[in-house]
Design a protein around this ligand. Structure first.
Ligand code: AHR
Length: 497
């Protein structure tokens, strides 16, 4: 019998809520006709934001939302996005050469903060470090965070409708500076970061500045960046890591081989997190630098979403992407002593999205339901697990961890309730798992919610928005009871405290 054992007496600590974070860039259809429809739209909206999306997003308790880029940030001037909307400039933005769409700046700082307030997410502003001066970013911080009446910039914010400061705590200093953000070496990036950060930290407030970390598994970048910063006696508060997995094929049309290929790629997140942390430990043994995996997800061939290519990078999401999300979130939960934030890319009409939207159409993708199933992990105490369900043969790469047939993580909330999340990584075979505790029992009134479909290629579309939906049953659960995991599925077992 396959078994999963929850070790009630072994924990890596609290699962930071921010592991359940999100990312929304000004790219393609993320904002325009995605999150934002405008106040005059016939589409039901709350102060311009798509009402159905606001309400749906709030339901999964989003802890944090990164904005406005990504690469978009590199040519973004925050002053374009404040003041009366009808007077805001139109700009050729970072992505224009790919999609010929002009940035209208209808969503700027105030609108973004409003969206955050409506949904409960804390803002994480990823600021430009390549195309502007440190003073420019410092002024944005002053505009956002200083109390009205203190400075001219704070008064300008108040005059623009927000007397209360936005109190933005997370500031990204640069984005992918190894690539789009200036094609820097790690040493150059560290020096630029210090220049920007020193100017920005001259402002008071409880702020976390995020230095640009590596692309995927590039530990040389991490080592060189940390070494250069350490040589100036600086340990960054946070380091970003970006990792995307993907295959050349379409997200809703894959072979069995491509199913496992993608899941193995996703599973590399374990090595990526562990190996970067090991290098960071060389310079930061006390672990003062937090790891923010602030872009991750599946990156498939684009043009496969409902806009048929109009929205740059828009792709469909199937049950395969949902299993990738579940597997990745289990990895983060189980490394909650290392990963302090993670932001899936991107929220709507883009890569690995939770939503597809356009005009009156609005769809929650299978990824959305994973966040719904996993939300009780947020802020809970992680519990170690032992999974004895076997693993798939490796893909030949010596360092890669085996892809477990069942990916699992567990946590216990302050009220004593237990959440165990399990992803069946088999595309075709169901798995029966006996779920028990050690040092405690998995027993009590349980809600078992399962996200599955008859076909692992299943997606939610504008024509069939409810093809994939979770189903829940309630029952009394005794320690060691069996849970059936359908093929290509995600299950959350919640046992009341
Ligand atoms: O998420 C899309 C793009 O991917 C972001 O703009 C960039 O940071 C990354 O390369």
């Amino acid at each position: 019998m396959n078994t999963v054992t929850v070790l009630f007496d072994q924990s890596k600590g609290t699962i930071n809520r921010n592991i359940y974070g999100h990312f929304s860039e000004h790219i393609g259809g993320v904002f325009y006709d995605g999150l934002w429809v405008g106040e005059d739209s016939t589409v039901p909206n709350i102060r311009g934001f798509r009402k159905a999306l606001v309400e749906s997003f709030a339901r999964i308790n989003p802890p944090v939302l990164r904005w406005p880029g990504g690469c978009f940030a590199e040519t973004y001037d925050w002053r374009d996005g404040i003041g009366p909307r009808e007077k805001r400039p139109r700009r050729v933005n970072w992505w224009y050469k790919y999609d010929r769409r002009v940035e209208t700046n209808q969503v700027g700082t105030h609108e973004f903060m409003d969206f955050c307030r409506m949904t409960g997410a804390r803002p994480y502003v990823a600021a430009n470090m390549t195309g502007v001066t440190p003073l420019h970013i410092r002024n944005w911080i002053e505009y956002c965070n200083m109390p009205a009446g203190l400075t001219t910039l704070a008064d300008e914010r108040a005059a623009n409708g927000s007397p209360e400061p936005f109190n933005v705590a997370y500031w990204g200093i640069g984005n992918e500076n190894w690539g789009g953000g200036g094609r820097m070496t790690a040493e150059m990036c560290a020096r630029e970061y210090l220049r920007f950060m020193t100017v920005c930290e001259s402002l008071p407030g409880d702020m976390t500045f995020v230095a640009c970390g590596p692309s995927g598994h590039d530990v040389n970048w991490t080592r060189e960046l940390m070494r250069t910063l350490a040589a100036k006696n600086h340990i960054p508060a946070a380091l970003s890591v970006h990792y995307y997995c993907g295959t050349a094929g379409a997200p809703q049309d894959f072979t069995e081989d491509e199913w496992y290929q993608l899941l193995r790629q996703a599973n590399r997140m374990q090595n990526i997190v562990d190996d970067h942390r090991a290098v960071m430990d060389e310079f930061d043994p006390d672990r003062r630098t937090a790891m923010f995996v602030d872009e991750w997800g599946c990156w498939h061939r684009d043009g496969t979403g409902p806009s048929k290519g109009y929205n740059l990078f828009e792709q469909q999401s199937s049950m395969r992407d949902a299993v990738v999300a579940a597997l990745t979130l289990n990895i983060f939960n189980n490394r909650c002593d290392v990963v302090a934030m993670a932001n899936v890319a991107q929220l709507c009409n883009n890569l690995h999205s939770l939503y597809l939207a356009g005009g009156d159409h609005f769809v929650e993708t299978p990824n959305y339901f994973v966040y719904d199933l996993y939300k009780t992990h947020q802020g809970a105490k992680q519990l170690e697990t032992v999974c004895d369900c076997g693993a798939w043969p490796g893909d030949g790469s010596p360092a890669a961890r085996p892809l477990e047939r069942v990916s699992v993580s567990a946590s216990q909330a302050a009220d004593g309730s237990l959440t165990v999340t399990l992803a069946n990584t088999s595309m075709t075979e169901p798995v029966e798992v006996a779920l028990a505790g050690h040092g405690g029992a998995v027993a009590g009134r349980a809600t078992i919610s399962t996200l599955a479909a008859d076909d692992p290629h299943a997606c939610n579309t504008f024509e069939n928005p409810a093809a994939v939906r979770p189903a829940s049953v309630e029952r009394d659960f005794a320690d060691g009871d069996v849970v059936l995991l359908p093929p290509a599925s995600v299950t959350a077992v919640r046992v009341a405290g």
